[in-house]
Design a protein around this ligand. Structure first.
Ligand SMILES: Cc1cc2nc3c(=O)[nH]c(=O)nc-3n(C[C@H](O)[C@H](O)[C@H](O)COP(=O)(O)O)c2cc1C
Length: 169
């Protein structure tokens, strides 16, 4: 499969089978996240893997959709603000770093036949409590990990001429 085919094949899975994700596949996915690039190579991320049903249920309070807790695993990509690269204008790049790592992992998961869904619309306080996050650790994005129980739908993307400019805006 080419990289283009992989990017077209990855999709948001919003229904999961309860079947467990093999340990080798999970490790492969996490390794692909660990090798992601980051600003100044500071790697300010922490990947929190949740298998425990009770913790997943508590996490579900922060994103109360039935399909979210159906998956056998949830992955929370968090950043450690004390390890972030901060630009001179004061902007932290830690959330960008987290997104890059997350993208590596969602694509790696798709390659392994494992479904994911980026989730940004969670309640931060509930997730903080469920994962017992210290103050300096911020959850950026969550994803369930598991085998899809739904079917792919057609991908809608803007045409290239709408999103690419040449030489100037
Ligand atoms: C940063 C980010 C946050 C997202 N948050 C959510 C979310 O909270 N809930 C959800 O169901 N999908 C969420 N998505 C998934 C998008 O809706 C989805 O990627 C988009 O509609 C394209 O569909 P596809 O992933 O199937 O290609 C998010 C995606 C990104 C990149």
């Amino acid at each position: 499969m080419s990289f283009l085919e992989l990017t077209r094949m990855r999709r948001s899975v919003r229904d999961y089978r309860p079947d467990p994700v093999e340990a080798e596949k999970l490790n492969y996915i996490l390794e692909c996240g660990r090798y992601a690039p980051s600003a100044c190579n500071f790697q300010p991320w922490v990947f929190v893997v949740v298998k425990d049903e009770e913790v997943r249920w508590r996490l579900g309070k922060g994103y109360p959709k039935p399909w979210f807790v159906k998956a056998p695993l949830v992955l929370a990509v968090c950043i450690d603000h004390s390890r972030a690269w901060v630009k001179r204008n004061g902007k932290s790049y830690a959330a960008v770093d987290a997104a890059v790592a997350m993208d590596h992992m969602t694509l790696a998961a798709a390659e392994q036949g494992i479904g994911t869904c980026w989730i940004g619309a969670f309640n931060e306080q509930s997730v903080r409590e469920a994962l017992e996050l210290p103050e300096n650790i911020e959850p950026i994005v969550l994803t369930p990990l598991g085998y899809a129980a739904d079917e792919p739908t057609e991908k809608t993307r803007k045409p290239q001429e709408d999103v690419v400019r040449w030489e100037h805006f």
